[in-house]
Design a protein around this ligand. Structure first.
Ligand code: GCB
Length: 606
């Protein structure tokens, strides 16, 4: 498997996009008949139309859609612009959860595994500019021991049931935008930027890929000579600060305005593919000049110690499920700023690229996580079975996991907001098998991105002294629920036990981020004595945690679980979903929101 090479669709002087969001024909295919029956080859036989982007699960009022297991089909027609004659035409899907195969007309053009990263296909040969074309997508939500995240389908007398070991609903479908876009046959294919500074001088190292296209694609009279790359760096006011030539190089930025937490200053790097004075392709990459480094137990951004405040989040909304919504993005970030959060973790999968772009511009700091969640059979009643074994999660799964890491890094490496990779959430990490599984995955992450620290999120089942995977981490990330899942209702005892464990971790000499701590809270439930599920208990629980963190210098961050209430599978410990939100699912504050706001708004970064 290799690093995917792709540029996000963009409108520029040489590129044009057509957005395919809206209503698509939709059909369930639990029996997996669609492919053999050639559903892609004709109008889908259905009276359902569902919205893209959105999870399909909550769009209808039917349990068969909500709880569907297996493939579904999306289909629509699109007119290919007449002006695209002679152009290279690409179909791009920002995500399809958890895997998909795509047809353009009758031709199968691409398949992709993994629900949260983009994929695309050159469809020039399958479209006629000025004519409509049918696009069909088979999207499969099935989780197996070979998927990330993993799961298992149980066949029951009442049909298949999807089981999995993570605590959020298995929403599926086309969660993000679908695009058709056009470029010149000769085009830019990818870009990597890394940044740094010395004194008041910043620098931007860039590496650009391109393809010259078929020889006969060269404009008349050029003889198909090899194109060259030209780059221009402009500041936020559009003033040119540096230029370069060639596919790789270093640009110097005098009097650099650094990107920093709370100051999302971005330069614009324009990349041009030029042949004989003609710009064949132009692409804009925003660039935040900043550094990230771990030094002992400190986490440094621009050489300044950084303390993370914020949340683990979810992409989770009423009706939309995991569908991306620009309005909700803006509102969630407004709430983060209102409460004084400077960061969040993209728990438990890569989020929409719109989220990362906006975080760049707002100066929000992100821990970027793969979809490797629930690699832990012991978490939900399967204690008899090992997590890592030839019958469960094995070498083949690890290959899928490695590819998920590569695709995450390839997609997000140019975002200044991303300061730390999380390669898994709460996997089994106590056994030799876990150690053997994870060791090479840390290498994969470091090879893909030598510039950022790497970690994974440790679960309370593998406390200090028992975890065999933390040794590979640059940063220790801990999810702990002292006072909730253990010492329930006894915050005094919880405080002692939590502090003792945290002090043991501090002895490792690495920075510690508490990536989850939280208490389920039913909004409107109150009590004067410490009673779990009340708004008062959530406040007291957070206060207790904060007392502990403030006593331990190695703790460099606190991210509450969760930003907002979210949907889960049915369960006796879930009331209409997970209620650990500091905001309700419709984003109203619980009492704890005011507690956090008082603490975080008073804090100066560092
Ligand atoms: C965890 C998981 C998170 C759950 C949370 C909980 O440790 O990482 O996905 O939702 O606990 O509320 O139990």
């Amino acid at each position: 498997q290799e690093e995917p090479i792709m540029l996000r669709p963009q409108d520029t002087s040489t590129r044009e996009r057509k957005n395919l969001d809206g209503l698509w024909r939709f059909a369930l295919d639990g029996d997996r008949r669609g492919r053999d029956a050639g559903w892609f080859a004709r109008r889908l036989d259905t009276d359902r139309e569902l919205a893209v982007p959105a999870s399909y699960n909550d769009l209808t009022a039917e349990a068969e859609v909500h709880d569907h297991v297996g493939p579904v089909w999306y289909q629509r027609e699109v007119w290919v612009p007449a002006g695209w004659a002679g152009r290279r035409v690409v179909l791009h899907l920002e995500s399809a959860t958890h895997r998909a195969t795509v047809w353009v007309g009758d031709a199968e053009v691409v398949s992709h595994e993994g629900g949260y990263t983009p994929f695309e296909a050159d469809v020039t040969a399958h479209v006629t500019p000025g004519q409509p074309v049918r696009i069909s997508v088979e999207v499969d939500n099935t989780l197996t021991f070979r998927s990330i995240p993993p799961g298992e389908v149980e066949q029951t007398a009442h049909g298949p049931r999807q089981r999995y070991w993570h605590d959020f609903f298995n929403y599926a479908g086309l969660h993000r935008s679908v695009w058709l876009y056009a470029t010149d046959p000769a085009h830019l294919t990818d870009v990597t930027v890394t940044t740094g500074f010395a004194g008041t001088d910043g620098h931007v190292d860039y590496r650009v890929g391109w393809e010259s296209g078929p020889a006969d694609g060269a404009p008349d009279g050029t003889g198909g000579a090899d194109p060259d790359v030209a780059v221009v760096l402009r500041d936020a006011d559009g003033a040119e600060v540096a230029t370069g030539r060639g596919a790789t190089g270093r640009l110097t930025v005098p009097d650099v305005h650094l990107w920093a937490p709370g100051d999302g200053y971005l330069y614009d790097l324009e990349l041009q593919l030029v042949r004989d004075g003609t710009v064949l392709d132009s692409y804009h990459q925003s660039v935040g000049v900043r550094t990230v480094r771990v030094d002992g137990a400190r986490f440094l951004i621009n050489e300044q110690p950084f303390y993370f405040t914020g949340f683990g989040k979810h992409e989770d909304l009423a009706v939309l499920g995991k569908g991306h919504s620009p309005a909700h993005l803006v509102h969630d970030v407004a709430l983060l700023e209102w409460i004084g959060a400077n960061s969040f973790r993209t728990s438990h999968y890569p989020y929409s690229e719109d989220v990362l772009d906006y975080a760049d511009r707002r100066g929000l700091v992100l821990i970027d996580e793969t979809a490797a969640v629930g690699l832990n059979l012991g978490m939900f009643g399967r204690r008899d079975q090992p997590t890592f074994s030839p019958d469960t999660i094995d070498d083949q799964t690890r290959e899928v996991h490695a590819q998920a890491i590569r695709e995450l890094v390839a997609r997000d490496r140019n975002h200044p907001c991303v300061v730390l990779w999380s390669i898994a959430n709460e996997p089994e990490s106590r056994t030799a098998e876990a150690e053997a599984y994870f060791r090479p995955l840390f290498d994969v992450a470091r090879e893909a991105d030598p510039t950022r620290p790497v970690g994974f999120v440790n679960v309370g089942l593998a406390p200090h002294g028992q975890c065999r995977v933390s040794q590979f981490c640059d940063v220790i990330m801990l999810n702990r629920y002292y006072g909730w899942y253990s010492y329930t209702g006894d915050l005094a005892a919880a405080e002692d036990a939590w502090e003792a464990e945290l002090r043991d971790w501090a002895g490792e000499g690495k920075p510690i981020i508490v990536t989850e701590y939280g208490a389920d809270t039913y909004p409107g439930l109150h009590a004067t004595t410490p009673t779990p599920w009340t708004e008062e208990y959530q406040v007291a629980y957070l206060d207790m945690n904060h007392r502990v963190f403030d006593r331990i210098a190695e703790v460099v961050g606190e991210q509450v679980w969760n930003f907002a209430d979210f949907a889960t599978t049915p369960g006796i410990i879930r009331v209409g979903g997970n209620k650990k939100g500091v905001f309700t699912r419709d984003r109203q504050p619980k009492a704890a929101a005011h507690t956090l706001r008082a603490r975080w708004r008073g804090r100066v970064a560092g």
